[in-house]
Write a protein that binds this ligand. Structure first.
Ligand code: ATP
Length: 514
């Protein structure tokens, strides 16, 4: 656990030191759970956004994009259920005065039991060696089966109580499990209360005529209210999807995990409109497709898992998370939700406008059902960034810090170095950059010994370093060094571009999804 915490601290300080993520308004001591993306972070974020957009919009004939406004008519949030139901159950510890999400306290408790199961598995694996059958062990080992039953019972009860809004029982559960505050260690809790997560604001100049608005807590509703506009003007036929990337705002109760849980963040959402009755099939299809997208980045299949929801949101008939192994454990990265006709149906009621599709094959009109995929861009950033940061032991007993970002997402694709700052080498390096920069972000570095420059680019995540030396002037070749293998090759300057292209092209990476 200590190691995990240390790893996470390293991730946060590396993100700052190398110009990826800064605390917002840092010179004023920061604003809690709000962050800024700096020179490298903005590029990494842009590349992740593009990787998603290409996979979802460009590669699917039946999915189109949208960029709707953050501010929306306030009735939207009545219709969507956010005014009445977008609440988190909060609980305070009276001794530490720290505030927690009651459901998260219980879930963290079950995560500890899960860690015990993992320990038992590792022990048994060691004992039985190659003949170890994990599935059989999980199903038959009495201790493990007991742990599993404990987890299921706790989560079922939590799900039921939250669904019934029985906050007294949520508190009872916390007390029965003897959950203590991680800060004070005490079990002196307040009652559980509901807290609405939407940020309010006002539209209009004079106080009496001002209209109360909300900053959107999700991008999805912008898609629903534009459903018919897009369907008609784009002549879309069901099944079809609308995708959008944009800011969302939530007044999160606890926000202690860097960019994992922010009060202002970016979502990449896609709503897929389908015939009623076909939702099960599409829900499974999108679960599979989204997992394939994640796996195409090569962060390791063992770092992902599905988590099917026990407690369903008011709009869903099925829901699953894709969880990722962050430095603080497996947590939600993306949600796939079968939202039924809840949203469109509700907007029909509240607006008095028909939001129906005429299906020429069935010769009838209906309110479409929706399957949604919703991923946090910032969480994806953290997944990629934390997974890529490694300390490597080298053969000569030294270590190097390297940010092994998938090359397709790296902010800079190459750095070009003149071996020395004279004899025309800087000029040739600049010529190479002037050609490459039409295709990629490329940086120039002439300071310090080449070894030091390599280390700097390793820590920055740059996949290629190109060194120009005296031989380059004679035969038009350079050294190209690969970040992950540290291998160096002598190549013709004319070939540099195609070598980089091969490694960073989105096409090559996205084709792994097929
Ligand atoms: P959580 O249970 O972690 O609060 P959620 O289930 O409320 O998340 P959704 O409403 O399904 O999240 O939002 C979809 C996605 O948006 C999430 O999978 C996550 O990646 C991202 N997201 C949600 N809240 C935040 C936040 N406060 N900061 C950053 N990303 C977020």
């Amino acid at each position: 656990m200590v190691k995990q915490e240390d790893d996470f601290k390293k991730v946060i300080s590396h993100a700052k030191e190398y110009g990826y993520v800064f605390q917002s308004s840092e010179i004023y001591d920061g604003l809690s759970a709000v962050y800024d993306y700096a020179q490298n972070g903005a590029e990494l974020k842009k590349n992740i956004r593009e990787y998603w957009w290409k996979a979802m919009v460009q590669m699917n004939d039946n999915i189109v994009g949208l960029d709707s406004a953050i501010l929306m008519h306030p009735t939207v949030w009545k219709a969507s259920g956010h005014v009445d139901a977008f609440n988190d159950p909060l609980i305070d510890n009276k001794d530490s005065k720290k505030r927690y999400r009651a459901d998260v306290l219980v879930e963290d408790y079950t995560a500890k039991i899960e860690a015990k199961i993992d320990k038992e598995v590792a022990k048994a694996h060691k004992r039985f060696g190659d003949s170890f059958d994990k599935k059989q062990f999980l199903e038959t080992n009495p201790r493990v089966v007991g742990y599993q039953e404990q987890i299921t019972t706790i989560l079922k009860r939590l799900g039921k109580s939250l669904e019934k809004e029985d906050l007294v029982d949520v508190k009872n559960l916390i007390e029965e499990l003897e959950i203590a505050c991680p800060v004070s260690g005490s079990r002196n809790w307040t009652d559980v209360k509901q807290f609405n997560l939407m940020f309010g604001t006002k539209l209009g100049a004079s106080a009496d005529s001002a209209m109360n608005l909300y900053l959107r807590p999700e991008t999805a509703q912008g898609i629903f209210v534009n459903f018919l506009n897009v369907q008609k003007t784009g002549r879309m036929k069901i099944p079809f999807g609308i995708a959008q990337v944009g800011k969302a705002f939530r007044n999160e109760i606890v926000a202690r995990q860097f960019i994992f849980r922010q009060r202002e963040f970016e979502q990449m959402e896609m709503q897929f409109f389908i015939r009623p009755g076909s939702q099960k099939e599409w829900y499974e299809t999108w679960k599979e497709k989204r997992m394939a997208w994640h796996l195409s980045l090569g962060l390791g299949a063992e770092n992902y898992r599905f988590h099917d929801h026990e407690k369903l949101a008011h709009y869903a008939d099925a829901a699953a998370d894709i969880e990722f192994k962050f430095p603080f454990g497996f947590k939600e990265l993306e949600g796939i939700h079968s939202r039924t006709d809840f949203d469109l149906g509700s907007h029909e009621k509240f607006s008095g406008k028909k939001l129906q599709y005429f299906d020429p094959e069935l010769n009838e009109s209906y309110v479409p059902y929706v399957v949604e995929t919703s991923i946090g861009l910032d969480r994806m950033f953290l997944a990629v960034f934390s997974n890529s940061l490694v300390e490597e032991e080298l053969e000569n007993n030294t270590t190097r810090t390297v940010l092994k970002l998938p090359a397709v997402l790296a902010p800079n694709k190459a750095a070009v170095f003149p071996l020395v700052k004279k004899d025309g080498l800087p000029e040739l390096a600049q010529e190479i950059i002037d050609d490459l920069k039409w295709d990629f972000n490329v940086v120039y570095d002439e300071k310090d010994a080449v070894g030091r420059r390599y280390r700097r680019q390793d820590a920055n995540g740059t996949p290629f370093c190109i060194t120009v030396d005296h031989q380059s002037l004679e035969d038009n070749t350079v050294t190209i060094r690969h970040r992950d293998t540290m291998e160096q090759q002598r190549v013709a300057i004319a070939d540099v571009k195609s070598i980089i292209h091969k490694e960073v092209d989105m096409k090559t990476w996205l084709q792994r999804m097929l």
